[in-house]
Ligand binder design. Structure first.
Ligand SMILES: [Mn+2]
Length: 200
């Protein structure tokens, strides 16, 4: 891979429960093609692509006749795998990032460290059982799958909200923008690893 070329991850993961294909470019321009069978999840992933300035092609076919759990979690996992692949050895990136995102009355914080240490801390009580057609409790399973597969430390916190739609949207936008900064190349670090440990 060229040092300044686009960083791309391509993953196809097939289980008895889901079939998920992802192509993620970290150096994109916010273009997307997303289809998961869950319209509200599509909406959130499209936000991630646009606010992260990624290019994202994602197609998921899951056992939605059981429920949405397998599909939502596996989309998180495969997105995390694609991110990890696209990052390669992580030389020259910012590594960590955070963002505070308002969406009208809602306010969400995301902090991301691409440390290789998977950990999700999410404190975001969503009042509604469903947001659009998405079962709200699965949002945490999505981010859990992502953090585990990406080897990322992800903190998400909802500080304020009335509308559940706004709350979830603010969380995904904050996540995308924190991630955008974390994966961005730091021109001063050049090919240095953003760690003194010697491994990330
Ligand atoms: Mn919306």
């Amino acid at each position: 891979m060229r040092q300044d070329g686009p960083r791309i991850g391509k993953v196809h993961r097939q289980t008895a429960e889901t079939d998920v294909q992802v192509r993620l470019s970290l150096d994109g321009s916010g273009r997307y093609h997303v289809s998961t069978g869950i319209r509200f999840l599509d909406h959130m992933l499209e936000l991630v692509a646009r606010h992260g300035a990624f290019d994202l092609d994602l197609a998921a076919h899951g056992d939605l006749d059981v429920d949405q759990h397998h599909t939502v979690e596996d989309v998180g996992i495969v997105l995390g795998q694609a991110l990890r692949q696209a990052l390669g050895n992580k030389r020259g990136i910012n590594r960590a990032g955070y963002f505070l995102m308002p969406m009208d009355e809602a306010l969400a914080v995301a902090a991301v460290d691409l440390s290789g240490r998977p950990y999700l801390m999410m404190k975001a009580p969503i009042r509604a059982r469903r947001v659009g057609d998405l079962e709200a409790e699965l949002i945490e399973d999505f981010f859990q799958g992502f953090a585990a597969a990406a080897g990322a430390n992800v903190h998400l916190r909802l500080l304020q909200a009335r509308s559940s739609h706004h709350a979830v949207e603010a969380l995904f936008k904050a996540f995308a923008r924190a991630l955008r900064y974390a994966v961005a190349r730091d021109p001063r670090l050049k090919r240095q690893l953003p760690s003194t440990k010697g491994l990330l």
